[in-house]
Write a protein that binds this ligand. Structure first.
Ligand SMILES: NC(=O)c1ccc[n+]([C@@H]2O[C@H](COP(=O)([O-])OP(=O)(O)OC[C@H]3O[C@@H](n4cnc5c(N)ncnc54)[C@H](OP(=O)(O)O)[C@@H]3O)[C@@H](O)[C@H]2O)c1
Length: 247
């Protein structure tokens, strides 16, 4: 029986991915900043462990506690909808700490065991904003574009060791709390000069008939992990697939 470790399982795509792998006979290590096991079905195959991807000590402790794994899904991420002029640099750094450096640090922590065993899969969850740019998302998109570039280079570096690295690129999923959280992170609000423009952007949000569902993302992660022939970049959701096709 194989073991998968997933980051950011307290809600959204991470939680659903944990459910799917449990249902399909995998051992799942579901990690959360504040573990609450009761949100997943009770199972001998489930372990819920604490992890903050921005803390080196937390990553070290997790890797020790987890033991050998076969797959890692770097799903933990935070969003930010903001005007660059109104975004403190610290806020941008926080975004990169979680989305970019958290992904890189977790990857670095599992690569040695995968390389030694000549087996393993790493799936990094990016965003379709890297395929189709949208306003008010410059810092967030930059943090995810860096994940794309990191993943594509690393895939070549680990190929000789039979370690696969994949990108799952979801579109906008109104059903998760992600977008709401991204807006609340705009602590300093929208600068007055951008107010009208930003209002227009917010008004148009959610009007697209093409959206992403958690199922699209779990399907893509499942394929990325279990199908050695899966492509490196996997758009997930109708809007992400359309954005990838338009490039
Ligand atoms: N939903 C969308 O529209 C969308 C679109 C494209 C890409 N994505 C990407 O999909 C991934 C999952 O997002 P989601 O939609 O499922 O949003 P979500 O429901 O807000 O889930 C994000 C998860 O990341 C965790 N997290 C945040 N900071 C963390 C940290 N420092 N260490 C460990 N875990 C941390 C959160 O845990 P806490 O509960 O502790 O905060 C939560 O479990 C993210 O990488 C996001 O960028 C989402």
């Amino acid at each position: 029986m194989k073991t998968i470790l997933i980051t950011g399982c307290s809600s959204g795509f991470g939680l659903e991915t944990a459910r799917v792998f449990l249902d399909r006979g995998w051992k799942v290590i579901a990690t959360m900043r504040s573990p609450h096991a009761d949100i997943l079905p009770a199972s001998d195959h489930l372990r819920v462990l604490p992890l903050d991807v921005t803390e080196a000590g937390s990553i070290r402790g997790l890797i020790e506690a987890a033991g050998p794994i076969d797959a890692l899904v770097n799903n933990a991420g935070i969003g930010l909808m903001s005007v660059l002029e109104g975004t403190p640099m610290q806020t941008t750094r926080d975004l990169f700490e979680t989305n970019t450096f958290g992904t890189i640090a977790m990857t670095q922590a599992v690569v040695p065991q995968f390389r030694e065993r000549q087996d393993g899969v790493i799936v990094n969850v990016s965003s379709s904003t890297t395929l189709k740019p949208l306003p008010l998302l410059s810092a967030y998109t930059a943090s995810k574009a860096a994940v794309n570039a990191f993943t594509e280079s690393l895939a070549l570096e680990l190929e000789p060791f039979n370690v696969r690295v994949r990108l799952v690129i979801p579109g906008a999923a109104p059903e998760t709390a992600f977008s709401r959280n991204a807006q609340t992170r705009m602590r300093d609000g929208i600068p007055a000069a951008y107010a009208e423009f930003a209002q227009g952007v917010f008004a148009r949000r959610g009007q697209s008939s093409l959206v992403t569902h958690a199922r699209d993302v779990t399907d893509a992660v499942w394929r990325a992990v279990t199908d050695p022939a899966s492509p490196l970049r996997m758009p997930a959701g109708a809007d992400a697939v359309a954005a990838a096709g338009a490039r």
